[in-house]
Design a protein around this ligand. Structure first.
Ligand SMILES: Nc1ncnc2c1ncn2[C@@H]1O[C@H](COP(=O)(O)OP(=O)(O)OP(=O)(O)O)[C@@H](O)[C@H]1O
Ligand SMILES: [Mg+2]
Length: 402
């Protein structure tokens, strides 16, 4: 069935990439009403085009794939998201801007489970589409979803920031006292530009993520390796904290899990600690995560960045499991739970530590989004070195568009 004309019309428009400079252009504070209307004007024009392009991309899938209930569900979510935002008349005042902002927030919640749903759908459709095409579709979907979220969340954050500043200014006016006199040198106003933290401390983030992943590991295995952070621990980066957290938690989960498994299979009396080293580069921060979790075999190295590929096995009755202990994740999920539940749980303490085969490919997409990279070097029989390079968003003002 062809897509409705409104979608074709919007989807035929060119994406207007947001530049990093644009994301940071409201650095000077306080924010003004003009700033907010300027931001909403870009957001309102851009998001429907991007959503429409996604909807059209579903129409290009083989018919049988499009009828899969999980894939059809995601299609409908994008369709409805487009409809919701498209329904707004051009915005030139703060009241409708606030309504649109709230709609954006709701939309983020609704689209939250797109990835696990689509993963489940493609798992069921493996026979109907070549692997490269599936991977390309998932990559495009995830990349475009990151873009939609960055643009949407940036506006939502700016809108809240604006209202917060207004509220404080009013309070200060009421008490006849300047707001700025009470703020610390690194107050929210100084370090945040919308959703971007301009002085994020990677060492501190790694400490926090390490604690969270340790708790997950404890819950899953009853034991967890220790870790330490060294190198340029005072280095800061301009980045979106939730992206940083997502990438590094995935990498740490892998490192801790491998360490515990290897200790168990080699009867090691204690777990060697995970070493997390921060390095300062020119416009980027490097993070090396070094574990002694036995490494990855040459054969498995070919698969680790494939969607749905995992060496985790939780269902031993699975007929597809290979002797090497590797399997497609359809068979390796926590028994009795759907992939959606697993991926949702995966983000919180107490969720499964591995098993979906989405951690590495998604972490690499997130890292690459702002021009960074993710590489793994394995010493089979010993451990892995994971190299993460994240470009400071601020450092790349001139050259990147998203
Ligand atoms: N540090 C590591 N040491 C040993 N093996 C690793 C390491 N990191 C990744 N792997 C291997 O790569 C596979 C894929 O990793 P990935 O994070 O994508 O999926 P997962 O951990 O199995 O599941 P999840 O999506 O829940 O993270 C893992 O199953 C594991 O076999
Ligand atoms: Mg993982």
């Amino acid at each position: 069935m062809p897509p409705p004309p409104a979608f074709t019309r919007y989807a035929s428009q060119k994406i207007n990439p947001v530049s990093i400079g644009q994301l940071l252009k409201y650095r000077r504070q306080p924010l003004s009403k003009e700033n907010i209307l300027d931001s909403i004007s870009y957001t309102q024009a851009e998001l429907p085009v991007r959503l429409a392009k996604r909807v059209i991309s579903f129409h290009r899938l083989p018919f049988i794939v499009g009828t899969n209930p999980h894939i059809a569900r995601v299609y409908n979510q994008y369709y409805e998201a487009f409809d919701r935002l498209h329904a707004f008349a051009p915005i030139n005042d703060l009241e409708p801007e606030w309504d649109f902002t709230r709609a954006l927030e709701r939309q983020t919640q609704i689209l939250a489970d797109v990835i696990p749903t689509i993963a489940q759908g493609f798992l069921e459709c493996q026979l109907y589409m070549p692997r490269e095409e599936r991977t390309a579709f998932i990559n495009d979907l995830i990349r475009s979803r990151i873009g939609l979220r960055v643009i949407g969340e940036q506006h939502v954050a700016l809108s809240y920031q604006f209202r917060e500043e207004q509220r404080k200014a009013k309070l200060a006016q009421d008490s006849d006292q300047s707001v700025r006199t009470n703020t610390s040198p690194h107050s929210r106003e100084d370090v945040w530009v919308g959703a971007i933290h301009t002085r994020l401390l990677p060492a501190r983030m790694m400490e926090q993520c390490g604690q969270m992943v340790q708790s997950m590991c404890e819950m899953h295995y009853g034991t967890a390796p220790s870790y330490y952070v060294d190198g340029d621990v005072d280095e800061t980066i301009s980045y979106i904290p939730s992206h940083f957290e997502y990438i590094t938690c995935e990498l740490l989960k892998n490192a801790l899990r491998a360490t515990v498994d290897f200790s168990s299979s080699t009867n090691r009396s204690s777990h060697p600690p995970i070493q997390i080293t921060i390095t300062k580069g020119d416009g980027y921060v490097g993070v090396r995560i070094r574990d002694q979790g036995g490494g990855i075999s040459k054969e498995n190295m070919r698969n680790i960045f494939e969607y749905s590929w995992s060496s985790m096995q939780t269902d031993s009755s699975d007929e597809h499991s290979s002797a090497a202990g590797t399997s497609p994740t359809g068979s390796s999920m926590m028994a009795g739970m759907s992939m959606q539940t697993n991926l949702a749980l995966q983000q919180g303490v107490g969720g499964p530590i591995a098993g979906l085969g989405f951690g590495l490919p998604m972490a690499r997409l997130y890292a690459g989004y702002f021009g960074g990279s993710l590489d793994i070097v394995s010493m089979e029989g010993y451990g892995c070195d994971v190299f993460l390079k994240l470009r400071s968003i601020e450092g790349s003002v001139e050259d990147r568009q998203i």
